[in-house]
Design a protein around this ligand. Structure first.
Ligand code: ZN
Length: 135
């Protein structure tokens, strides 16, 4: 179901490498999702890079309506998560319990239900979610 392309020689042996992007050999920029062109300097960037999966909530939105087929999951929270390494990505938050989401809240990636969906506003939810970082 994952659309993200991962070079064959890159082995996903360790979970901490589950969030695979690229690093730019020209400016050392970290890239996610992989796009083979560095958004910072425009250079070719095809070197796989495993992100830590940790970051913080940059902004978030409570979604009251789920895409067709996912109604059971509504409401849910979609956040822009800024990874430790710099890139900001869109992902669903999970395991929130009673915890209120706050800007700057530390989170970590979990990969328990792989799927891909989107909505008419173009928000893509990749095959991973983020949960509050266990201190
Ligand atoms: Zn670059």
């Amino acid at each position: 179901a994952e659309k993200m392309e991962i070079p064959r020689h890159w082995r996903l042996k360790k979970q901490r490498y589950a969030l695979v992007g690229e690093t730019c050999p020209h400016c050392d920029g970290k890239i996610f999702p992989p796009r083979d062109v560095c958004p910072h300097c425009g250079g070719e960037a095809k070197t796989p890079y495993g992100f830590s999966g940790r970051g913080k909530v940059f902004s978030f939105t409570m979604m009251q309506d789920a895409p067709a087929g996912y109604e059971a999951q509504a409401p849910y929270t979609v956040a822009l998560v800024q990874l430790e390494e710099g890139p900001v990505i869109t992902a669903q938050l999970t395991d929130l319990g009673d915890q209120a989401v706050e800007i700057g809240m530390p989170v970590e990636m979990v990969t328990r239900k792989i799927r891909q969906d989107g909505n008419d506003r173009g928000i893509l939810v990749y095959g991973y979610k983020f949960r509050p970082l266990m201190q």
